[in-house]
Design a protein around this ligand. Sequence first.
Ligand SMILES: NC(=O)c1ccc[n+]([C@@H]2O[C@H](COP(=O)([O-])OP(=O)(O)OC[C@H]3O[C@@H](n4cnc5c(N)ncnc54)[C@H](OP(=O)(O)O)[C@@H]3O)[C@@H](O)[C@H]2O)c1
Length: 235
Amino acid sequence: MEKRRVLITGGNKGIGLAVARAMLELGHEIVLVARDFSKCPLVGIANVTAIEYDLSNIQDLPTLAQEVGDIDILINNAGYMQPKYTYDNYPKEAKEHLMNVDLHAPVELMNLLSPYMKKQGFGRIVNTASIAGQIGHPDVWYGIAKAGLINATKIYAKLLGPNGITVNCVAPSAAQTDMQKDNDDARKAAFKAAVVTNRFAEPEEVAKAIVWLATDCPEYINGITIDINNCFYPR
Ligand SMILES: NC(=O)c1ccc[n+]([C@@H]2O[C@H](COP(=O)([O-])OP(=O)(O)OC[C@H]3O[C@@H](n4cnc5c(N)ncnc54)[C@H](OP(=O)(O)O)[C@@H]3O)[C@@H](O)[C@H]2O)c1
């Protein structure tokens, strides 16, 4: 397999870290973007560049893109939720912050990093959405952002596909990562009861689908969302 340069946002932990490890095993060079690398086990390893950046800062994304350089594979993975806010008591700043990180940043990164992919006639983009974007979520803006990302996947696949670029997406249900800290015990139990194996997904299970979409997946598969939800939402 040809060596590629892969950008993984939020590659310091959780699903992103599992993707980063798998990409390194395949022999690719990786660039990680996150806010905190203090506990990231990949810092200092060959073929790894770690860039500290807060993706809620949309304005400076062009500068980030310059620092990142030419990228063959973009994994838009960084994201978070804030279920402590209800639909009728959601601070404006909290909404804007979430929409910036979970929707605007991934879309802007597609805009900023696809010109090189277009020039070389090859690129792979994988967006990390969520089942929340398909069935809704108590953190309404999280669900709305993820639904937006699924939609952006479809339109960018159409826009960039003629240039040899595929844009696909994954929509996991609950996975065993730090993100679960934000869910209370009742919600975690409800998640487990809703799937057939009564457990959360392992980050590596989600990463496998992401890595496949970004590497071995045929070019003819473009604009899709892979459901990773263990029968939570069969369709
Ligand atoms: N776990 C689940 O149940 C689940 C289910 C469906 C979808 N997802 C999606 O999967 C993706 C990865 O989440 P995860 O489960 O691996 O959770 P996680 O372990 O909490 O990782 C979240 C990642 O996003 C990064 N991030 C969050 N806010 C950021 C910001 N402002 N700037 C830069 N990076 C930021 C974090 O970096 P820092 O640590 O530096 O902030 C971290 O790398 C997210 O998009 C999430 O929505 C997760």
